[in-house]
Structures are given as C-alpha cells and as structure tokens.
Write a protein that binds this ligand. Structure first.
Ligand code: HEM
Ligand code: HEM
Length: 237
C-alpha cells in the first residue's frame, strides 16, 4: 500500500467516527438554539425560573451524551502517533469532564424545582435520570480503580475490560434514552393546557423532536463505531 493511504477497514472506522463528530456538533448546536432562541436563554440566577431550567437540557446532553460519546471513542479517534497511555488518560479525563458537566446539569434542575416550588423526582425521566448519573459515576470509579490507580492485577484487568466496555455502553445508552424522555416530557409540558405554549406542528415542536432524533442517531453512531462485529462467534449457520 502507498504511503499515506489507509487500509479500507481503518478508513471505514474513520468514517464511523466522523459521523459521530458531525452528529455531536449538530446535537449541541440544536439544543442550544432551542434553549436560547426559543426558551429565552440560560441562567443560574434569574427571576424567570424557566431560565434556570434551561441550563438542564444542554448540560445533560453535552456532558452525558456528547462528551461521553467522544470519551468512549478516545481509544479509536486519536492518530496512531498517540500512545495507548495518552489515550487512556484522555478517556478517563473526558469521562470525568462529562460527569462534572452532567452533575451541574442535574443540580440546575433541582435548583429550578426548589425555586419554582415544584416537587422532585415524580417522573420516569427523573427516576431513570438519577439511576443514569449514579451508574455513570460508579462506572467511572470502577474504571479508575481497576485500570488507572491503584490498578488491578493484569489477570483481573483482562477479565474486567469486556464487562467495563459493555456496561459503559449500556450506561451511555441509558443517557441517550433518558434524554429522549426529557425532550418528550418538556414538549408535553409546553403543549399542555391551559397555556398550550407550543402548537402540535409548530416550529418549536418540530425543532425539539428533530433535536431528539439527532441525539438518537448520535447514540446509535457511537455504538456502531465502538462495537467489533465478530463473525467468528456465530456457529449455527
Ligand atoms: C441525558 C441525561 C439526562 C439526565 C440524566 C436527566 C436527569 C434529570 C433528573 C434527575 C431530573 C429530576 C430533577 C428533580 O426531580 O428535581 C430531571 C428533570 C427534568 N429533566 Fe432531565 N435529564 C437528562 C436530560 C434531559 C433533557 C435532554 C431534557 C430535555 C428537555 C430534560 C428535561 C427534564 C425536565 C422537563 C425535567 C423536570 C421534570 C421532571 O422532574 O421530570 N432532561 N432530569
Ligand atoms: C463513566 C465512565 C466510563 C465509561 C462510560 C467507559 C466506557 C468504556 C467503553 C464503552 C469502552 C470500550 C471502548 C472501545 O471498545 O473502544 C471502554 C474501554 C476502556 N476503558 Fe472506559 N469508561 C469509563 C471510564 C473509564 C476510566 C475512569 C478508566 C480508567 C483508566 C477506563 C479505562 C478503560 C480501558 C483501559 C478500556 C480498554 C480500552 C482498550 O483496551 O481498547 N474507563 N470504556
């Protein structure tokens, strides 16, 4: 093969990660466009308590889906010149950043509920949300202890890593699914009587649903870019 050309397999892998980056940028832009352009903007302190709520969707999406997705792909997206050790540190640090951003996002929605006198944890979205962020934090801690510091014995690491990868993808899928519930719940609030702030086919309704579809596609793209489809494990053909 000529210098500078990559084998077809890695070119396909490059395409898969490129799709992830494009969808990640699109999801981030869309959720910010919605919360700033249609919902009046983001603020931690405001007399309009909705502005405090508006911090929640972008931070959850950027932390637990966009940054988490990029963190999951960190072992695959860096050029070959980047060492395994550096990739591992990028994976660890990006997941820490995703978790921190997600925690601030959850804090914002609890602050909104407290200041607007709305009860906490009454919805499926809230329950799955607490489970998701807790499992994400536990996954990070387990990964840190097993693979970084103090680090488990080589044999234990070898048997733990497939579980780490599968459970990590499951937690990520929970975040994507719960973001879908969040978009649905918020749109339902906005369309409900008496105010009916958003029409059934209004521009904002279409924007929220379209954003949620992009988030779903992003989740699918991360999983497809991560898994190794291994034909040798199937024997019943
Ligand atoms: C992706 C990860 C997400 C997680 C882990 C998450 C987590 C949570 C949690 C724990 C609450 C409960 C707060 C409380 O009871 O005081 C909540 C509330 C809420 N979230 Fe999310 N959220 C996520 C994404 C989103 C998104 C993208 C939206 C889109 C609009 C959204 C909309 C809402 C709404 C409307 C509430 C308030 C009503 C309720 O308590 O269910 N969430 N979220
Ligand atoms: C919530 C946090 C985390 C999630 C969701 C997560 C998820 C994942 C996923 C999905 C993979 C498979 C990636 C692939 O096949 O390319 C993976 C691999 C791995 N992760 Fe994590 N991870 C997290 C935190 C950590 C931490 C803190 C460490 C500590 C160093 C770590 C170390 C590793 C290692 C060593 C691998 C194996 C990479 C390889 O050999 O290809 N992870 N992780």
């Amino acid at each position: 093969m000529k210098a500078g050309t990559s084998p077809p397999a890695s070119r396909a892998a490059g395409m898969r990660t490129l799709v992830v980056h494009v969808l990640a940028v699109a999801a981030t832009a869309l959720v910010l466009f919605w919360c700033i352009g249609f919902r009046g903007g983001l603020a931690f302190r405001s007399s309009d308590k909705q502005h405090i709520f508006n911090v929640h969707p972008p931070l959850m999406l950027i932390g637990l889906v966009v940054i988490a997705g990029e963190a999951i792909l960190a072992y695959r997206t860096f050029p070959a010149s980047v060492s395994r050790d550096a990739r591992k540190k990028a994976h660890l640090a990006l997941h820490a950043a995703g978790l921190a951003v997600g925690l601030v996002g959850v804090y914002a929605v609890f602050k909104f509920h407290a200041e607007a006198a709305i009860p906490n944890l009454y919805s499926l979205h809230a329950w799955v949300g607490i489970a998701t962020i807790t499992l994400y934090a536990l996954q990070w801690l387990a990964g840190f202890l097993a693979f970084f510091f103090p680090g488990a014995a080589p044999e234990t690491r070898r048997s733990a890593v497939p579980w780490h990868a599968v459970l990590g993808l499951l937690v990520f899928a929970l975040a994507v699914g719960n973001a879908q519930l969040g978009f649905l719940e918020k749109l339902t609030f906005l369309q409900s009587p008496p105010a009916r702030l958003v029409g059934k086919y209004g521009a904002e309704a279409l924007l929220i649903n379209f954003t949620a579809v992009i988030v779903l596609l992003l989740g699918i793209a991360v999983v497809i870019a991560t898994v190794n489809a291994d034909s040798t494990r199937y024997t019943a053909m």
